[in-house]
Design a protein around this ligand. Structure first.
Ligand code: G
Ligand code: G
Ligand code: MN
Ligand code: NA
Length: 253
C-alpha cells in the first residue's frame, strides 16, 4: 500500500522525469531521433531507474497514467527541440497493457494535436512481452497508429518466446535488436551471425533495423559492414536530459 501511494504521488506530484538516448543513422551519421527513458525522482531516494518501479506500477494498474505522462513530457521536449531547429522524432516505450486499450490510438492522436506535432514526430516502441496473448488487439492498435502516420518499433527483439511470430503478425516499421546480441559479437561468431542474419531478415521484410547497446567502435564497424540502419548505445551517448539534447547535437555535428 505504501509503495502504491508513493507511485500515485510520483504521477500526481511531477516526480516523473525523462532522459533521452540518441539513435544514429549509421550511413549518414545523423541523429534520427531519441528514445525517452523514464526515471522517478524519488523525494528521498534519488533518481530511480525504471526496473525499480515499473513492475510495481504495472501491478498497481498505473501504466496508462504513466504512459500519458511520458507522452506529454516527451512531446513537450520534442516541440522545444523543433523550435530550436532540430527535427527529431521521439520514441516512447508503451507496454502491452496499454497497447490493448482500443482508446490508445485516439489518445496518441489527441496528444500530437495538443502539441501541434505531426505524426512523424513520434515512434511507439512495443515489447514482445505479454503481446502474444492479446495479438488481435495489438494488431488493431498498431495498425491504427501506422494508418495515422505514427511509426511502430518492435523493441527488445529476439528476447521473447515468439519473436518470429511477431515479425509475421505485427504491423511495424522498425525492429530494435536487443542489446544482449551486441554484447558478444566481437568474440562469439554465433552472436555475430545472429545479428548479421537478423539485419538481412528485417530488410527482406522491409523493416528498418536498430541495434541497441552499441558500446564499442568494433561493434559499430561490424554493424555498418552488415548494413544495419541505426545504432543506439553508450558508444554514441548515454541517456541525457531534454535540455542537454540540443547542445549534445551541436557537438555531434
Ligand atoms: O533506461 P533504462 O535502460 O534503465 O530502461 C530500462 C527499461 O525500462 C527499458 O528497456 C525500457 O523498455 C523500459 N522503459 C524505459 N522507459 C520507459 C517508459 O517510459 N515506459 C515503459 N513502459 N517502459 C520504459
Ligand atoms: O527500451 P529498452 O529496454 O531497450 O531500454 C534500453 C536500456 O538499456 C536503457 O535503460 C539504457 O539506459 C540501457 N542502455 C542503453 N545503451 C546501452 C549500452 O550501450 N550498454 C548498456 N549496457 N546499456 C545500455
Ligand atoms: Mn525501448
Ligand atoms: Na530495448
Amino acid at each position: 500500500l505504501g509503495l502504491r501511494a508513493d507511485l500515485r504521488e510520483a504521477l500526481d506530484e511531477g516526480q516523473i522525469e525523462l532522459r533521452y538516448q540518441p539513435k544514429v543513422d549509421m550511413r549518414s551519421g545523423r541523429i534520427s531521433g531519441v528514445e525517452a527513458l523514464v526515471r522517478w525522482r524519488h523525494p528521498t531516494g534519488g533518481l530511480r531507474p525504471p526496473d525499480l518501479f515499473l513492475p510495481e506500477m504495472e501491478r498497481a494498474g498505473l501504466m496508462e497514467l504513466l504512459t500519458r505522462r511520458v507522452l506529454d513530457l516527451a512531446l513537450t521536449d520534442c516541440v522545444r527541440w523543433r523550435a530550436a531547429g532540430a527535427t527529431l522524432a521521439v520514441s516512447v516505450n508503451v507496454p502491452a497493457s496499454v497497447i490493448v486499450d482500443p482508446g490508445f490510438v485516439d489518445l496518441v492522436r489527441g496528444e500530437l494535436e495538443l502539441h501541434g506535432l505531426p505524426p512523424s514526430a513520434l515512434v511507439v516502441e512495443v515489447t514482445e512481452d505479454g503481446l502474444i496473448t492479446v495479438l488481435e488487439k495489438a494488431q488493431r492498435t498498431l495498425a491504427g497508429l501506422r494508418d495515422h502516420g505514427v511509426r511502430v518499433s518492435l523493441d527488445d527483439y529476439g528476447t521473447g518466446l515468439c519473436s518470429l511470430a511477431y515479425l509475421l503478425e505485427l504491423p511495424a516499421d522498425e525492429v530494435k535488436l536487443d542489446q544482449r546480441f551486441l554484447r558478444d559479437i566481437d568474440r562469439d561468431p554465433s552472436a555475430a551471425e545472429i545479428v548479421r542474419s537478423t539485419v538481412s531478415l528485417a530488410h527482406a521484410l522491409s523493416l528498418r533495423i536498430v541495434a541497441e547497446g552499441v558500446e564499442t567502435s568494433r561493434s559499430w564497424a561490424s554493424l555498418a559492414a552488415w548494413q544495419c540502419d541505426e545504432a543506439q548505445g553508450y558508444f554514441v551517448s548515454r541517456p541525457m536530459t531534454g535540455e542537454r539534447v540540443l547542445s549534445w547535437l551541436k557537438e555531434w555535428d
